[in-house]
Design a protein around this ligand. Structure first.
Ligand code: NAP
Length: 312
């Protein structure tokens, strides 16, 4: 590729709803644009089975289908989609320089970061031992293997609730283990949980240890109020306790908050002029696909304005 072919007005890093929307708006705004989406573009929604609250769909839409459509739409608008990661960025020079997983260097007049957030693990030693042997971070990916089994889901938010409901398609019983006495999940999901006879909500408990031989056979729980121990005989444990922003390569390059989220101003600008951020990588509060898409749109509009100003 020539130097010219490696230059884009706007490069979007990340391929969730924020990234694809930013790419669609960048291309539609007349900018040459590229999106680096990693080896499996789509972000967190790839692991979401049914989305009921993304406007425009009367019936639930499968996350992977929604993301495929967004990717096709971005490509049709003229964005070049690279199915590889950005592994390094130099935001101190103009144009900005980015290195991809294959070792190529690309330059951009403006950059939009939409790298999202990754699922968290509990961090207890036995958890690592059984990852892939009963412990999983992705109900959509692994639920199928637990047909006819008893399993548990750890967490109390929307992800945990959705996972527990989804897993009842396969499992005979699903324990939803939450560390407090009140779920964080939205009312509608909590209602669904309560009305599902296969689900038992275990409040005020945290996992102490995952146990088994070659594969998981049980989880030891501790009651956080009484200290009492309870044992669940389960062959699957799905961890759904939230996310960590994917900002490792931006550390020291743009300002991050204490939790690692990118700090943005009201126009989604980061601490580096010409670098913008959108979606879950900067959203500590809402973390909804539709909000991410909206912020991707805003970031692209601001990036286009920034490039226009630079021409004056
Ligand atoms: P979340 O809302 O941050 O919930 C994480 C849950 O895990 C909380 O209940 C938390 O307990 C628990 N937790 C955290 N660390 C833990 C630990 N070390 N041990 C035990 N439990 C722990 O994360 P999320 O459920 O992934 O959702 C993230 C965002 O995406 C939310 O805004 C959610 O609404 C959104 N979302 C939406 C949909 C949808 O609309 N269809 C689907 C999935 C997610 P505490 O409650 O005690 O803090």
């Amino acid at each position: 590729m020539t130097e010219q072919e490696n230059h884009f007005d706007i490069i979007v890093i990340g391929s969730g709803p924020a990234g694809f929307t930013a790419a669609i708006y960048s291309a539609r705004g007349g900018a040459s644009s590229a999106l680096f989406g990693g080896v499996a573009p789509g972000g967190q929604l790839l692991a979401t089975q049914e989305i009921e609250n993304y406007p425009g769909f009367v019936n639930p839409v499968v996350g992977a289908d929604l993301m495929q459509n967004m990717m096709k739409q971005a490509s049709r608008m003229g964005t070049r989609v690279f199915q590889e990661d950005v592994t390094g960025v130099d935001l101190s020079c103009r144009p900005f320089r980015l290195t991809s997983g294959s070792g190529n260097t690309y330059t951009a007049g403006a950059v939009i970061i939409t790298t999202g957030a990754q699922a968290r693990w509990l961090g207890i030693p036995s958890e690592m031992k059984y990852i892939g042997k009963g412990v999983s971070g992705c109900a959509t990916c692994d639920g199928f293997f637990f047909r006819g089994k008893e399993i548990c889901v750890i967490g109390g938010g929307d992800s945990a609730a959705e996972d527990a409901l989804f897993l009842t398609k396969f499992a005979t019983k699903v324990y939803l283990v939450h560390r407090r006495d009140k779920l964080r999940a939205t009312f509608r999901l909590v209602e669904k949980l309560r009305n599902n006879p296969k689900i038992e909500i275990v409040y005020d408990h945290v996992p102490e240890e995952f146990t088994g031989e070659a594969k998981l056979t049980g989880v030891t729980l501790k009651n956080v109020k009484t200290g009492a121990i309870r044992r669940l005989e389960v062959t699957g444990a799905f961890i759904a306790i939230g996310h960590t922003p994917a900002t490792k390569i931006f550390k020291g390059k743009v300002n991050l908050d204490e939790a690692g989220y990118i700090v943005t101003d009201g126009k989604l600008g980061t601490s580096v002029f010409g670098v913008f951020a959108a979606g879950d990588v900067m959203d500590t509060r809402y973390k909804q696909a539709v909000v991410a898409a909206g912020s991707g749109c805003k970031a692209a509009m601001e990036a286009l304005l920034y490039l226009e100003e630079g021409k004056k």
